[in-house]
Ligand binder design. Sequence first.
Ligand code: PRX
Length: 656
Amino acid sequence: MSNSLEINQVDELYFPNIIPDEELVIQQNNYENIVNQFKNNNLETWKKLALENLIWEKPFTRVLDDSNAPFYKWFDDGELSISYNCIDKHLKHNSNKVAFISVDNEGLSTEINYKELHSKVCQLANGLLSLGLKKGDRAIIYLSHSVETIIAMHACIRIGVIHSVVFAGFSAQALSDRIKDIDSSVIITANGQKRGDKTIITKNIVDEALAILNNEHNNKKVIVLNKIEIQINMNKFIDIWWHDLTMNMDNRIEPIVTESEHPLFVLYTSGSTGKPKGVVHSSAGYLLGVIHSLKLAFAVKDDDIFWCTADTGWITGHSYSCYGPLSLGITQVIYEGIPTYPNHSIYWDIIQKYKVTVIYTAPTVVRLHIKLDSQLPRNYDLSSLRLIAICGEPINPDAWKWLYSVVGNNCCSVLDTWWQTETGSVIITPISNVTKLKAGSCTFAIPGIDIGVINDYGELLNNQTKGYLVIKNPFPSQIRNIWQDSSRFLKTYFIKQSTGEFYYLTGDSSIIDKDGYCWIVGRTDDVLNVSAHRLGSVEIESVVAIHSNVAECAIVGVPDEIKGQAIFLFVVCKENILDTNQENQNIMKNEIIQLVAKKIGPIAKPDYIKFCENLPKTRSGKIVRRLLKDIACGVEINQDISTLEDQSVISILRNN
Ligand code: PRX
């Protein structure tokens, strides 16, 4: 890895000082206190936070068990209910407080308060029990982003069932892979969903996924939410309507109490090999990390109207819609639709109408809005906003400044928050009203977390040198394992130092600048980040390779104005297609695109396909992706190509 400082340093420091001085002093003191407490005694401080922020059925006596590092256990002899911590604890004083303002695809809204949420969760939990589900069983949730998805997630955890939400844009094949890997007893889905002007018949995708599994899905049940007006097939041995299952169910059930380390959920994410990884999260540690970030970095208040735009199919929707904000008892907006339907102003309408105070979104959404109409927000009253947060991919300073000035009217903190499915909660982030901001930097590690940058030999680097971003100490919300694959967990994520400590490898490269600000450069592995969604290049390549005329192929990410990265596919065909007419090439391109959409989902469709005779390879036969990336981006190749088996490949590819 080159070790030069390649970032554009931005000198401006933004510090929206709009809150009253007394409040600011309290926040700054609070921040300094907590930094000092962590510095003095990291574990003692996590202990204090765990006691303050979680309600324990049986308090823990041990904070961290690192005897089998890096299989860490936090608060492991304690017991609690996450469902209680997110819902029941609000029933005494806040039962009528709105939990969700739900805005559907057409822009129509309904509200559900904490009491109603509790009832619906309990009814579904009782329904799941009636199907024979018990603690430790798994449920797949294949639903679009909606309150029902949150209800399903909480119904599972209320009885100790481990949920795994699969993004509803994934294909039948991707869904069946996950059902198989996690061996789920039920699949909770809907008959269909509307997304913009499209209607998706979700239940058909589930049927197809089960058909792929053949007999392996014996005894699985499918719970179907009647979400839209369409006809679907119901198999009386497998399928059951959500409303039939819950109709006569009691709207109360005591939440199960579990040990702190009981897996709360598994969420699949892409890695550098073909098979997605089932990231296992714990109960207590996970929730504590999320609460800590919301209280400290977002400075969440009781009267906030919090809108996380991320789909529940991804980690952001888990941590900052389903779990964190509920545990703090605040009101959230949940919007099922897309940013461009019914028109381009839907986001600004929502903020204005529901007086959203905090929006948590992704840079890809920001870039889309800039492109659609960068001045549109100025026509709306967005003065309710106090905080704008983003995550999921690097943001370019121009987009950052647009958020700050046009959306935030120069008086909102902009939090560029860095984290991952594996970290469970925000790790590197400014602290609202406290941290001086630099456009494009996610600033500093949240108190309690110690980050560093290492080189190829695992040695810590000084500031201003690019290297691999690592987290140096264990922290409560970190990944506990990969479902059924402990050796991959160890191999992928940890590097042991001579001191015996394990550093967590993030897979990202970064630079810490002279002032200590962290700048994320991008992934160091073969993971693409398309519209803030992680996709493994190997995962897509293995699907393309199924095509009967594909001899070999390689995927690289290229910069894209809206999506952050676009997918560029190089294909070497078995039968030479380059000499044939354009029509043949187009047919094959189309077949490849359809194949990827079918096997993974539309999000993974290649944006560009280039047919070629050969790929650049080392003498040991390894495809050199960094060269393909330069070719795809059309930039000058200044890299060493002497290690290539056949150097002429490069000029042929360039001229082609
Ligand atoms: O490369 C980093 C990028 O997204 C990756 C994690 O993706 P995922 O597990 O899907 O979680 C996304 C939501 C947290 C990281 O390895 N990433 C995340 N946040 C940022 C980021 N890149 C730059 N800046 C960020 N703020």
